[in-house]
Design a protein around this ligand. Structure first.
Ligand code: NOJ
Ligand code: NOJ
Length: 482
């Protein structure tokens, strides 16, 4: 059954069925479009409510309002940067609020950089510290540290802010707060870029805070940060630094190739594990898709169009369909996606029972919307080792590597990508309660929300996905929209 567009009769039927079953009583809204339109303002609202809370510093972002079981009431560098990317995205509709928020965030981030913490201080490795108290104090208990994706994500979003300010003639703010070519660094972006450029080779903890080693996710966002940082540095006449950042970026790019595992047929999440949990035997991890999305490359290796990324996405879908009971119902929906198959974290404890996550399921949806648009813009689609299974599956034909698709086959492929986007999104909707609240996870057996409530990153991932869907709906010929 292929028609899961959210507009079709089959979807309506499965919802009627759902209402009479024990698995879930959510989602009496039949039209995916309407749900999405309703979920967007809810998400934006939760996003802003998580920033600068009354008992916190301006610019601090709570990962979740939950203060116990689990306690997520901290400013995580990674979560905050991903949230700020969405604050930046909604700037056209909330111009003043977004810009003030981003500047508060930049100032708070600079304070974080200057705060001595268990990873170190401003002069050494302190920038890899994963989280701070909401008032900016260091978090001193044990943790998986350092996590070196944070400074890269932060530099990436702040670089956008810097370019906007320069365009608006506000170069003085950039110079005071964001980027100045001084060493040792005195501004937030410069400090992050120096840290990334000098320390990307260092082993560190992954985005899930569990494994000490070299990570695809961390590397790809570091790569993007240095590329963007080099552009800014050059623009601001810091040419020597720009060249250095580019050189390091190229080295990172080359290192990313080693994560491709031809035996697995997907990108491995981690190489050279030196510590942390050892249970991720498969090395299959949605972190790879998240990395590709967060780094936002549209063309070439490690971008949305790299067929090795598609291969990884397909393996993830199969793996999670097989292991989570709720993924068999409704059977025509794409599966809820977790972090990685062996995950033991249930949102409260490491009970051994990992679950699907909203943000991971959103990532697959976003990936397919973007891939559909990308693919529709290509004149010639060729079969590769990595995309062959997918292309054969959706066309019902057999191909040899190197073969080009005809127009009908090409349209079938694009249609399948759009349908997958809709289907993963429908999965998230299916497990979202009527008020639109999205926690961190949904239970693998019951589909009920689980783990930190109102996870800010869940909302951020929805806002990002929303734009990808809008873009697909606008750019693709109407026929693909069902
Ligand atoms: C274990 C989880 O796997 C990890 O992702 C999380 O950050 C920590 N516990 C803290 O909740
Ligand atoms: C646990 C996740 O594994 C990690 O990526 C995240 O930063 C924290 N929770 C906070 O949301």
């Amino acid at each position: 059954m292929k028609t899961i567009g959210g507009f079709g009769i089959l979807w309506a039927l499965c919802c009627v069925f759902a209402d009479t079953s024990a698995a879930s009583t959510y989602n009496r809204v039949f039209d995916l479009d309407n749900w999405v339109k309703q979920q967007r303002p809810i998400s934006v609202d939760h996003l802003f409510r998580a920033i600068s809370p009354a008992d916190g510093a301006p610019g601090a972002v709570m990962a979740s309002p939950s203060r116990s079981n689990p306690d997520y009431y901290y400013h995580w560098i990674r979560d905050a940067a991903l949230v700020m990317k969405e604050v930046y995205r909604v700037k056209p509709e909330r111009t003043t609020q977004s810009m003030l928020t981003l500047l508060d965030y930049a100032r708070f981030s600079r304070q974080n950089q200057l705060t001595q913490n268990p990873s170190g201080g401003p002069a050494d490795l302190g920038l890899g510290e994963p989280k701070f108290e909401i008032n900016g104090a260091p978090y001193t208990a044990g943790w998986g540290r350092p996590q070196n994706d944070g400074p890269a994500l932060r530099a990436f979003v702040l670089t956008r802010v810097a370019f906007d300010l320069l365009n608006e003639g506000k170069g003085n703010i950039v110079y005071q707060l964001l980027y100045r070519g001084e060493i040792p660094a005195t501004t937030v972006i410069k400090a992050d870029l120096e840290f990334v450029a000098h320390h990307w080779r260092d082993a560190n903890f992954d985005l899930w805070e569990e494994i000490y080693g070299d990570h695809f996710y961390t590397r790809i966002v570091q790569y993007r940060a240095l590329i963007e940082g080099a552009r800014l540095a050059r623009f601001l006449n810091d040419g020597g630094a720009a060249t250095f950042y580019e050189q390091q970026a190229n080295l990172i790019h080359a290192s990313l190739n080693s994560f491709w595992n031809p035996n697995h047929g997907y990108f491995d999440a981690t190489l050279n594990r030196q510590g942390g949990v050892g249970h991720k035997a498969s090395q299959l991890d949605v972190a790879v898709i998240l990395g590709v999305l967060h780094a936002e490359f549209e063309i070439g290796a490690f971008s949305i169009e790299d067929s090795r990324v598609l291969a990884t996405a397909l393996k993830l879908e199969d793996a999670f369909r097989a292991i989570y009971p709720i993924n068999h119902f409704p059977s025509d929906l794409a599966p809820g996606i977790g972090r990685y198959p062996e995950d033991t974290y249930d949102g409260y404890n490491t009970s051994g029972r990992g679950n699907p996550w909203y943000l991971a399921t959103h990532a697959l949806a976003e990936f397919y919307y973007k891939l559909a648009v990308k693919t529709s813009g290509l004149n010639l689609l060729r079969i590769t080792n990595e995309n062959r299974a997918f292309y054969e599956n959706v066309t019902g034909k057999r191909f040899s590597v190197g073969a080009a698709l005809n127009l009908t086959e090409r349209n079938q492929v694009i249609q399948a990508m759009v349908d997958k986007g809709e289907s993963f999104l429908s999965r998230s909707r299916y497990h979202t309660p009527p008020g639109g609240n999205q926690a961190e996870q949904f239970n693998r057996d019951t589909g009920a929300p689980q783990g930190a409530r109102d996870l800010t990153w869940s909302y951020a991932s929805f806002i990002s996905l929303y734009e990808a869907r809008q873009n697909a709906m606008m750019r693709l010929p109407a026929a693909f929209r069902r």
